[in-house]
Design a protein around this ligand. Structure first.
Ligand code: CTP
Length: 408
């Protein structure tokens, strides 16, 4: 995703620097060219050799200490994103007041002047973070267009609890990708549904399906990093909430319907990736059903239909909103998906043959066809779900461009 993309990684003297080693590895795995710049204090925590080995590039150090082969101005110019992780209170203070007393702050000041994308991942003790000086500096840096990721709240290296933990490497990587690919969904409100629903029979047993939620979670994550304000309504899954999104958990199709209907009026785009159970047990038993009772012929499982949420919502006033559905099929994928596209009056349907082992449920890859309202078909190759999400969202951007900006 970041193939041959030059990324500058500034490292300052914070204990969270150990996470930056992982960030460097993740960036390299995505194909990025990583150039690290270390301050003198950062080298009290780790040797440059670690970052040299991970980045496969010479590490730039303060002038006068070790000769480095970089023309730092050229390097600043080349970088698509300038990340500083960890960014200590000291670094924030220097940058906010225009101090350029070492190589890193010099390069940052230069990058700020030419409005290059800068991303800071603050990391410090909670009380330092709450100090008026740091808060004022952060406000100032934000006003200047600098992007911030985190800090998160939680247990800190010093033993205190509170805000100040550097964001996890995966979250920083996501934000870098967002800055490289552009924030083309900024200002858009996107509602994604994901995962299976669970329809209870009694307190122990449920009727459900094999959806893992991975496709919907990737859509939510990628939409957020492209600048959208995302709400993810999710059935039960094993997945961690993607950073920076509003996660709402539901269990049954009825709960999903209620939440989706409640949130729909405030959204610009609805992507219905949830695998909604089409049936639920007709009766819910408040006590566990004994197997002897269940075996008797007159006590066979009776089912009733759940509401077709997307179909219902497609009848609401559209007002420029984009409606996207999925079609999980095991045969006749394209004709079945086209029928759903028409029946649910969608702008796009993502047709998915779930009988293939590398596609559909539980796996991290997917091979889908995108069918637009005029029934034009685009067949995508087998891709990681993250890239499928990018392609679907590219289509969302295109559809939104054709409409006047809706007032949600
Ligand atoms: N969907 C929905 N409510 C349902 C069932 C499905 O909103 N009760 C949505 C899904 O989230 C998906 C689309 O409708 O975006 C198609 O879902 P799918 O399960 O493929 O098809 P169904 O309409 O349920 O039809 P069938 O089960 O006959 O294939």
């Amino acid at each position: 995703m970041l193939k041959d993309t030059p990324i500058l990684l500034g490292l300052t003297g914070g204990i969270a620097i150990y996470k930056s080693a992982e960030l460097t590895r993740l960036l390299r795995r995505e194909g990025a060219e990583v150039y690290c710049v270390m301050t003198r204090n950062s080298r009290r925590f780790v040797q440059p050799l670690l970052f040299e080995a991970l980045s496969q590039n010479r590490v730039a150090l303060d002038e006068g200490e070790v000769a480095h082969p970089f023309d730092h101005i050229r390097l600043s110019e080349k970088a698509r994103v300038f990340v500083v992780a960890p960014a200590t209170a000291n670094l924030l203070g220097k940058l906010a007041s225009g101090v350029a007393d070492n190589l890193l702050t010099t390069m940052l000041t230069y990058a700020l002047g030419r409005r290059a994308p800068i991303l800071l991942a603050p990391a410090m003790n909670a009380n330092m973070y709450k100090s008026p000086a740091v808060q004022e500096n952060l406000r100032r840096l934000k006003k200047w267009g600098i992007h911030l990721v985190g800090p998160a709240s939680g247990e800190l290296a010093c033993g205190d609890e509170g805000p100040g933990r550097m964001s996890e490497p995966e979250e920083i990587l996501d934000r870098i990708k967002g800055l490289v690919h552009g924030l083309d969904l900024a200002g858009r409100k996107i509602l994604v549904t994901a995962g299976p629903t669970r329809e209870p029979l009694d307190p122990i047993r449920v009727l459900s399906n094999r959806s893992s939620g991975k496709m919907g979670y990737e859509l939510a994550r990628v939409a957020a990093r492209r600048g959208a304000r995302v709400t993810l309504v999710s059935g039960p899954t094993q997945l961690a909430a993607p950073p920076g999104i509003n996660l709402v958990r539901i269990e049954t199709a009825e709960e999903l319907k209620k939440k989706t209907e409640e949130l729909y009026p405030q959204t610009n785009v609805l992507i219905m990736a949830a695998a909604v159970a089409d049936f639920r047990p007709r009766r819910f038993h408040s006590q566990k059903q004994k197997k002897t009772e269940m075996k008797s012929a007159d006590n066979l499982l009776e089912l009733s239909s759940t509401p077709d949420i997307l179909k219902e919502i497609s009848k609401y006033p559209r007002r420029g909103r984009v409606l996207i559905g999925f079609a999980a099929e095991s045969e006749n994928t394209i004709p079945n998906a086209k029928a759903k596209l028409q029946a649910k009056n969608l702008d796009l349907i993502v047709a998915n043959d779930v009988s293939r082992p590398e596609s559909g449920f539980e796996v991290s890859t997917n091979q889908v066809c995108l069918i637009s309202a005029d029934e034009k078909i685009e067949e995508l190759p087998l891709l990681p779900k993250e890239e499928v999400a990018e392609k679907i969202l590219d289509r969302v951007v295109k559809i939104l461009e054709t409409r006047r900006r809706p007032k949600p």
